[in-house]
Design a protein around this ligand. Structure first.
Ligand code: GLY
Length: 350
C-alpha cells in the first residue's frame, strides 16, 4: 500500500491501494475505536460502494447510519448542511463518533464542514471516489458549502483523520469526470513537479500519479495549512477557471474550466514576458491527451468581471499563480485594475 503521511493541525495518512474499500472498517478502526459512524454519500456513489464500506465497518464493530445527498454541485449548500446536522443529532452521534465521506469533492467538502461544526467538531474520514477528490479535495482539510454569491464561500479548515483512496473506484467514473480530475493532476506538474509531466506523457499507473499529487499537496499544506501564501500555488488556472465557470452558469465543469484557465494564464504570462515560451506547447499537448479544453468562448472582459468576485482577492489586489518555467510556478500579486490588460494578452496574436 502507498501511504502518504500528512502533518498539519492533525496528523493523518492518505492510503492508496486498489481494492481497499472493502478494508475500510479495519483501516478506520486503526485510527478510531469502533463507534457510531454516519456515512455520507450521494445518489451516484452510494449504489456502487456504500454496501462494501458499510459491511466492512460493521465487520469491524462500527454501528452505521447513512445520509445520501443528490449527486451534483447544487447539493453543496447550507440547507443540506443543516439537514446533516439534524440527522447527526437525531441519530444521537456524540463527539466520540465519526462521519465518513464516501464520494467526490461535493460529498467530501460538505461532510468535512458538517464534521467541523457538529458539536464544535467530530472526527471524519475521507473516502474519495473521484480522481479530483483523490488528488485534491480530500487532502488538506478545506471544507465548505457554496453560497449564492459563489462557491466555497462558507467553510472551515478541518483535517480528516484518515483518507482512503481506492483507484479501482475510478473505473466507474464517466470519461468527463475522469478528465476533470486529470486537469488537477496536470496542474501539479506545472506548479512544481516537472517529473509528473514526463510520467503523464507515458503509459502510467494512476496509483503512482495519485501518490505524487498527494505528496505534493502534503508538502504545500504542511507549510501553509491556512492558505495564507504558498498554498495559493494550488490555484494555478483557478482564478480564470472560476471566472469561466461563473460565465457558463456552471455548465462548464470545474476541471474543464481550470484546464482552459491554465492555458489562458500561461498565454498571458508568455505575452507579458514572464513565462518561457515552451510551457504552452507542453500544456496544450497534455490537456489534449486527456480530452480537456484549451480555450473557451468567453471574452477576457467577461472572465475578469466574473473572476473579480474570487474570495482570494485582497482589497485591490489579487494573487495570480503564474507558470514561469516548465514545472515551476510562482505567486504574483496583481493590481485588479491591471488584470484585464494582462489576461487580454492571451487573446492577442502578435
Ligand atoms: N484545492 C486547493 C487547496 O486545497 O488549497
Amino acid at each position: 500500500m502507498k501511504t502518504v503521511n500528512v502533518k498539519a493541525s492533525r496528523e493523518y495518512n492518505v492510503c492508496i491501494e486498489r481494492g481497499i474499500l472493502k478494508d475500510a472498517g479495519e483501516m478506520i478502526s486503526a485510527v478510531h475505536k469502533p463507534c457510531k459512524a454516519m456515512l455520507i454519500s450521494d445518489t451516484n456513489v452510494a449504489p456502487l460502494y456504500a454496501k462494501t464500506v458499510t459491511d466492512s465497518l460493521c465487520a469491524s464493530g462500527f454501528e452505521t447510519v447513512s445520509f445520501i445527498i443528490e449527486a451534483g454541485e447544487e447539493s453543496k449548500n447550507a440547507v443540506n448542511l443543516a439537514l446533516i446536522w439534524e440527522a447527526l443529532a437525531e441519530n444521537s452521534l456524540t463527539r466520540s463518533d465519526i462521519i465518513i465521506a464516501l464520494g467526490g469533492g461535493v460529498v467530501g467538502d460538505l461532510s468535512g464542514f458538517a464534521a467541523a461544526t457538529y458539536l464544535r467538531g467530530i472526527e471524519y474520514i475521507q473516502i474519495p471516489t473521484t480522481l479530483l477528490a483523490m488528488v485534491d479535495s480530500s487532502v488538506g482539510g478545506k471544507t465548505a458549502v457554496d453560497l449564492k454569491a459563489g462557491k466555497n464561500l462558507a467553510g472551515a479548515f478541518y483535517q480528516p483523520s484518515l483518507v482512503i483512496c481506492d483507484p479501482e473506484a475510478l473505473k466507474t467514473l464517466s470519461a468527463q469526470t475522469f478528465s476533470d480530475g486529470m486537469a488537477e493532476v496536470i496542474k501539479y506538474g506545472f506548479i512544481n513537479r516537472p517529473e509528473l509531466l514526463s510520467l503523464l506523457e507515458s503509459d502510467f499507473d494512476i496509483a503512482d500519479v495519485i501518490e505524487i499529487c498527494v505528496e505534493d499537496k502534503r508538502d504545500i499544506v504542511s507549510l501553509d495549512e491556512k492558505d495564507r501564501g504558498l498554498r495559493q500555488l494550488l490555484n494555478l488556472g483557478h482564478t480564470v477557471g472560476h471566472g469561466i465557470e461563473r460565465c457558463s452558469g456552471y455548465s462548464i465543469t470545474h476541471g474543464s474550466a481550470v484546464a482552459a484557465g491554465m492555458v489562458i494564464i500561461t498565454r498571458a504570462a508568455i505575452k507579458a514576458g514572464i513565462c518561457d515560451n515552451g510551457v504552452l506547447e507542453v500544456l496544450i499537448k497534455l490537456l489534449e491527451k486527456f480530452s480537456l479544453p484549451t480555450s473557451c468562448d468567453f471574452t477576457a472582459q467577461e472572465i475578469c468581471n466574473a473572476a473579480f468576485n474570487d474570495k482570494k482577492r485582497k482589497g485591490n489586489s489579487i494573487t495570480l499563480v503564474i507558470p514561469e518555467k516548465l514545472g515551476e510556478s510562482g505567486l504574483v500579486p496583481y493590481d485588479v485594475d491591471k488584470l484585464l490588460d494582462f489576461i487580454s494578452g492571451a487573446w492577442k496574436n502578435d
